[in-house]
Design a binder for this molecule. Structure first.
Ligand SMILES: Nc1ncnc2c1ncn2[C@@H]1O[C@H](COP(=O)(O)OP(=O)(O)O)[C@@H](O)[C@H]1O
Ligand SMILES: [Mg+2]
Length: 234
């Protein structure tokens, strides 16, 4: 969706902006890869991306934000601004042009993560952070969001097994390293957003096997594409 000059949010006709939300290890990246493959095989043009990241600058900011060993402090508000700077670049350089070109954009984390992590868990204020997110993305908002809901105890256990660019194998990144209470606050904040924005957000029980999570998400995307009259370019 995007903001019109009159301040209304409207949906784009020929493209679809989807976001994946949830705590660490909920299965966002796994779902992103499955959806990209399935939709590409159906003939859709899909851009799969992630936050923070998606652009060269975004990936540089990602390293600053997630590297646990950086040798400087990052204040909570500075952290928010870094996430938002990466988002603005991402919207301008990648997401909006892809939507203009009629593609399906699937983004691993977006505004809801910022509202939950920085607004709720870091206590900067949910409403304030929501407004700042809206400004940072120029009102370009997802039409459909999957919230992979999982107890963080299970999610963090899953992440310990994988190797990531932000942290060497078997270790955790700067945000994963937060206390369990922090991750519980994140979960509860996204749950609240999902209740408030139930038309946009579909909550999926992320304890279910990855294949089942994928099937639920793909069905919803297929229905949404059908409703919008979007067909594959085959
Ligand atoms: N539904 C699931 N059930 C069990 N394990 C899963 C599920 N989805 C993903 N995983 C595994 O959990 C780990 C974290 O998944 P990942 O997709 O990287 O999560 P996220 O991107 O949300 O942090 C990976 O090892 C992945 O294979
Ligand atoms: Mg991931």
């Amino acid at each position: 969706m995007l903001l019109t000059q009159t301040g209304r949010v409207m949906s784009r006709k020929n493209s679809l902006f989807i976001t994946l939300e949830g705590g660490e290890g909920a299965g966002k990246t796994t779902l992103l890869e499955k959806l990209q493959q399935a939709l590409s095989e159906k003939g859709y043009e899909v851009v799969a991306t992630r936050e923070p990241g998606g652009t060269k600058l975004g990936n540089m900011i990602r390293k600053i934000l997630l590297n646990r060993d950086i040798d400087c402090s990052i204040g909570n508000y500075t952290e928010l601004m870094l996430f938002l700077a990466a988002r603005t670049q991402h919207i301008e350089e990648l997401i909006e042009p892809a939507l203009e070109a009629g593609k399906i954009v699937i983004c691993d984390r977006f505004n809801d993560s910022t509202i939950a992590y920085q607004g709720a868990a870091r206590d900067l204020g949910v409403d304030k952070v929501e407004q700042q997110c809206f400004l940072a993305c120029h009102g370009v908002l997802p039409e459909l969001t999957f919230f992979l809901d999982l107890n963080p105890e299970i999610g963090l256990e899953r992440t310990k097994k994988i190797n990531k660019d932000s942290a060497p194998q078997g270790t955790v990144d700067r945000i994963e390293a937060e206390k369990m209470q922090f991750h519980q606050k994140v979960r509860s904040a996204i749950q609240q957003i999902a209740v408030k924005e139930h038309e946009r957000i579909l909550t999926i029980d992320a304890e279910r096997p990855a294949e089942e999570v994928f099937t639920v998400a793909l069905k919803k995307i297929t229905e949404t594409l059908l409703n919008k009259g979007i067909t594959a370019n085959v």
